[in-house]
Design a protein around this ligand. Structure first.
Ligand code: FES
Length: 123
């Protein structure tokens, strides 16, 4: 199994977010400069999609990922919820890498998830 092409880095708005469908799953990417963070589009609160408006996953200041259903805020770089009804839980990350300007889904993220809602950080 090899890494899967997602898109070109330039196709993602800098300091913005974009909906993606990867292998039939709703996901989204957040780009900050040369860094891309990829998550499944599933809120750990009620399992709903985070965006009510397509491609709108960030709060007004673009500092956090925000679930539009009940306002949970998540750190962009880790997916950890820092405020809202699911505080302490996390979004489900997918590993990606950037190679020659292309964003690739890492091989480790191509494996099926046993339970995609159970992504609570282990302590
Ligand atoms: S479904 Fe996301 S905060 Fe409630």
């Amino acid at each position: 199994m090899t890494a899967q092409h997602i898109c070109m880095l330039d196709e993602l708005p800098n300091n913005g977010s974009k909906s993606l469908e990867l292998n039939g799953e709703a996901c989204f990417a957040v780009r900050q400069g040369q860094a891309v963070y990829l998550y499944r589009n599933v809120c750990p609160h009620l399992g709903l999609p985070l965006d009510l408006m397509p491609d709108q996953f960030l709060d007004y200041d673009k500092r956090y990922i925000q679930c539009t259903s009940h306002g949970a805020l998540f750190k962009i770089n880790t997916g950890l919820c820092i405020a809202g009804p699911c505080q302490g839980k996390s979004l489900q990350p997918l590993a990606c890498e950037i190679v020659d300007g292309a964003v690739l889904l890492s091989e480790s993220s191509l494996k099926p998830q046993a339970n995609i809602l159970d992504q609570t950080p282990k302590t």
